[in-house]
Design a protein around this ligand. Sequence first.
Ligand code: BGC
Length: 777
Amino acid sequence: MKSVPLYLASIVAAGAPAFAQNYTWTNHPSELPYYGQSPPVYPSPQTNGTSSSRWAAAYAKAREILAQLELEEKVNITGGYTGACVGNTGAVPRLGIEPLCFADAPDGIRGSDFVSAFPSQSHLAATWDKDLFLAYGKAIGREYYDKGINVALGPVAGPLGRIAKGGRNWEGLSSDPYLAGWGMYQVTTGMQSSGVIATAKHFLFNEQELRRRPNQTYDPIGEAISANVDDRTAHELYAFPFYDALKAGAACVMCSYQRANNSYACQNSKLLNGILKTEMHFEGFVVSDWEGQHTGIASANAGLDVVMPLGSTYWGANLTQAVNNSSVAVDRLDDMVTRTLAAYYYLEQEDYPDVGVFSDTEEHPIVNVQRDHKKIIREIGAAGHVLVKNVNNTLPLKAPQFVAIYGYDADIKAEPWENVARYGGGYEVNHLWNTFNGTLIVGGGSGGNIPPYVISPFKAIQDQVIEDGGIVRWNFWSEQPHVSATAQVCLVFINAYASESFDRPSLVDEFSDNLVKNVAKNCSNTVVVIHSAGVRLVDPWIDHENVTAVIFAGTPGQESGHSLVDVLYGATSPSGKLHYTVARQESDYGNLLDHTISDEWFPQSDFDEGLYIDYRAFDAKLNVTPRFEFGFGLSYTTFSYANLHIEDLSSADNTSVSAFPDASIPLVQGGHPQLWDTLYNVTAVISNNGTTGASGAEVAQLYLGIPNAPLRQLRGFDKVGPLAPGESATAVFELRRRDLSIWNVVEQQWELQKGSYKLWVGASSRDLRLEGEIVVS
Ligand code: BGC
């Protein structure tokens, strides 16, 4: 029997789904007895910048302005207006308060020009490189700053990636909350160090696209799907990476479209007033997802601070009236405004560049913000490539003289320049991406970016072949291309598209699989490169003896071809690792394959797997082995692991450490400060013990068997190297209180578990090389 969940309980009485009866719970009075019901948390917490001196200074300035504002002026700041950006707040001209400009996307600026197209965040996550996470945030933030955009609509940790076919998984970092958390922390830090406000989105449980909004014409008419999530899972999986973003100082959070435990996320007091503003002590402002507001008074009192894109639908004059008749307290309105202004001052945006362009009119001056970002894009692009098969060191290529290239994904497709959006930007719903479009550099929807140019794989490989004095033959569009008998290597390019607004129809497609098989039939050295916005299955051909190497090339951004050539030809050894599980067949994902379909007016999606998503679920199913497990990825060399060392820092005198953080210490943004104290320091020595002569970097991973939790959970990673053959480095893992805790649904606190924690350090979630133990007393 699984023990647990909180909201779970009385569901039985409410005629709840059958699974609920398998759960047990204690009847503590504070336990909220319902699954799929969101408990009320009121009033909305007002904050005052107590987290740090920087927040305090920002609040002092904000309050000074607030004191001078009339009621309508305050209301004006809470709502969006049509303007130059995808969202703009109202201005207060008499006090010199300019509108705040909001823009997408998490991987570069959308809807503009002279901007860079970075790899998607999920590609970034596949690098498992904290330094690159930071550099990515910094560079993107700098482009936002240079364009005069105040608020960047990213980074993304929701969706987390609960379902394999999720349309927006590629916008986020990883289906593991710890890896996603580091991404959120570093990207937020980087972005905000460049001066732009980072927006952690979408809060919370935005795990499917189908019926994410009410009354969508292409969906059954009715309310949006309700993600029904128990309290423990809410904290340990879905909210987890948001803690990291907040810890890094994120000054904005976007609430999500769908309902959460039957209450819309943008008017959900448990999520906004409770988890975000009380437990995580958020000091910034909550912005609605675009048209994600469905009530006026309820959303105000539940903790929403700014409405986008239009304030006037439910707020505007209605909010003024609501304050006048006390349906919304003036304190609540003041808190909305103060939070928003404080975010602006927190980022010191008083002397911000002018908004530089969202319309591609002839008059607009060119504001070119690309700088030398192509270098970091190329580096991250290469570092996020994951090599999963490499028979007899097929790769790196050794200057082959005859290179054959196949597949629609190898090159850009010539199209009118207006259609540059086909690389991802825009809202095209293109289920036929693979046959009608060229190479995939990011996914589609609001998370797509607009590349200044695209280095396709074909271009970059051809340039390399020219340098090597060889020849290239190609066929991009046939499913059964002619295969040259004398080609020394056949590179086959396929992709898997995904976009906001729909979930993926499948994790494979026949055209691409046939293409690979047709080439492999006639070419004994077939190398497959997959650009995919999410999981792509490979079983139809992975064991084919002529398929000698396979690379998951992710969604690498504008420098795609260069990044690939760096890996293919060995300028850098592949060092990316999978940030999700690749199964053998779709059905292996079970209920986590697909979105929940329902034609009910109030559709329900029960997250009844609790904590068991992705590898946590595969680890629990003993009879299902993944094709490639979470954390897996090959290099051109090999590594050995040795000397596991665990240092206990939990108590100076080595006695016992308290189960809960000290209640007398005030909370700060990011939660209780002690959650971030390092209790154990773990190290291991990683050596390049390969015989190929290649250097390479290795992502060493630490998994923890927390008592009363899934078998193994990622709780540390360190990318070491590149290491030359014979060279060693020490991987360091800091285990913080939160990393060792579970969410106690009765006490409503993070609690350390007493007893033995198993600990493993290894090269993937199943390639565990060193084993140890921590005992918490
Ligand atoms: C998306 C958000 C995006 C917003 C503004 C919404 O449809 O869900 O992620 O930031 O549009 O474009």
